[in-house]
Design a protein around this ligand. Sequence first.
Ligand SMILES: [Zn+2]
Length: 409
Amino acid sequence: MAMVGRRILEQRQAQAVAEAMAFHGTSQHAILAATHPVYHHSPVPSQDVQPDRPIGYGAFGVVWSVTDPRDGKRVALKKMPNVFQNLVSSKRVYRELRMLCFFKHENVLQAREILQPPPVEFFHEIYVISELMQSDLHKIIVSPQPLTSDHVKVFLYQILRGLKYLHSAKVLHRDIKPGNLLVNSNCVLKICDYGLARVEESDAQRHMTQEVVTQYYRPPEILMGARHYDYSVDLWSVGCIFAELIGRRILFQAQTPLLQLELITDLLGTPPLEDMTSACEGARVHMLRTAHKPPSLGALYTLSSQATHEAVDLLCRFLIFNPKKRITCIDALAHPYLDEGRLRYHSCMCQCCYNTNAGRQYTGDFEPVATATFDDSFEDGISSVQQVKDAKRETVISNCTVATVCSMH
Ligand SMILES: [Zn+2]
């Protein structure tokens, strides 16, 4: 099968770790000071400065927890390395930066600031400052701390709330996984890392890359070599994460893409031919040649005591082999399982509702959509690294704190 090969995300991970180690010799505080001379005039008392430390490794960057010398607040500093290595990576980073500045939603991470490095020393790197989130769902799931059904409901609600917004902006995330779902101490969740995100491709004849979505969360259509896919890839990943939150272990954890597909069909059964229309010929033939398996969805009830009828009913709507039959964000948010999560979120966690003397004033729109779709037309016509550099120099990304965003020399 075409999808059987080296895991590209493992390579990226290894590269990110190497970057972090190489980076370790440089103080992030020093970088903030070097890239923003004004920092020198407002030093934070040393006793307030916590040590800089790496807190995460995204698909294409390393994230550090640092202290902003201007106000002493802890922020997340993402280093995006090798920005101008080649045209593909230049365009990808530029797209990610624009997304970071475009998104405006409580459950979607956005950039507070993009630092402008000095011309020579940091030529290959861009630094992005965003809100610091203390943890992520992966760390929480593998930790010993209890996860009640209230936790699961409010986390799943926020994932879908953020994803509904991204999809309404016509953006496919393509790497929804627990490590990309940041969580703060108040259980507020934000989707992050747009390194693999792209605008939806409405033309089914246009090929899309298959090197997306971390394997455990990768939907069957991509495992089977689909040349075109849509928002439903993200919903499969959400289903896998929902099961992982309930069971405290990865739902489909295989060594290779082929074994990944085996695990999926062990649970869902062998799909009928009409549910494999987007699969490549070789994958379809392989599936039809292997012994027919019956579905065993009843196994989902054994995940934990939290696997109630309501939970399993919703879970089964995410874990649908045929992407066209898989539930959408909007429909999932209308499922009764999420009613309590919505109530909890808007009772005390959101920023869209507020308390008055007369009681809580609720917003009129619990799950808002984007006011505009993300426009990737800026990528058209860019055919060289120099053009990307020029675009970054000249473009002022609206709504970002720094006007001279991404200006490279
Ligand atoms: Zn609210």
